[in-house]
Ligand binder design. Structure first.
Ligand SMILES: [Fe+2]
Length: 193
């Protein structure tokens, strides 16, 4: 079964319902032997120093996006959010997710005050993590272990020119992240998804 068949009509659903469906789609996809053989196995030995998006498949413009992330040991994203909903499942190794709460009201430009809310490890048996759009889904994903991890992500429809926002809690800073800054395979650091 193809990704397109899995995600048929996902893009037309309201966020909460789409996320529920995305969890179901991901749960089937990460146990699909054809998908695993073709999209995950080849990534296990690819040399890489930083995390990257190894595979991306977008349904027609404005729709759902499937992305496969590779996490070499010791790599992690910036703290960020997404303009759309998202869900991911770690299929190889373990990633850790930190989730943050925003304490300010967003009224000051470029300013955001964050507090860490929780941190959880995610392996295949832990299931699927979901994030809501914007400040309801501020997080960081990384791999502090000593072995590579690979995760499969679904993102909701592209809603505008902004992919999400990047945060720096050390100086209470937040800025928009354009879509073209999403990291493709094996590019340089300092961008995030
Ligand atoms: Fe994210």
């Amino acid at each position: 079964m193809t990704f397109t068949q899995y995600t048929r009509s996902l893009e037309v659903l309201p966020t909460e319902l789409a996320l529920r469906q995305a969890v179901s789609v991901l749960a089937r996809l990460v146990r699909d032997s054809v998908f695993l053989d073709s999209h995950i196995l080849p990534l296990l030995d690819e040399p890489a120093e930083d995390w990257y998006v190894a595979y991306r498949e977008d349904l027609p413009i404005g729709s759902t996006s499937l992305q496969v992330f590779v996490w070499p040991a010791g790599t992690r994203t910036m703290i960020h959010d997404h303009a759309c909903w998202g869900a991911f499942c770690c299929v190889v190794g373990t990633v850790f997710e930190e989730r943050y709460q925003r304490l300010d009201d967003g009224s000051l430009a470029d300013h955001a005050r964050l507090k860490k809310h929780w941190q959880l490890p995610w392996s295949l048996e832990d299931g699927i993590s979901t994030v809501l759009p914007g400040a309801r889904g501020i997080h960081r994903v990384g791999n502090p272990t000593e072995v590579r991890a690979v995760s499969v992500h679904l993102y909701g429809p592209r809603l505008g020119e902004i992919d999400g926002r990047d945060y720096d809690p050390l100086c209470d800073y937040v800025c928009d992240r354009p879509h073209d800054r999403i990291r493709a395979r094996k590019q340089t650091p300092e961008t995030s998804r």
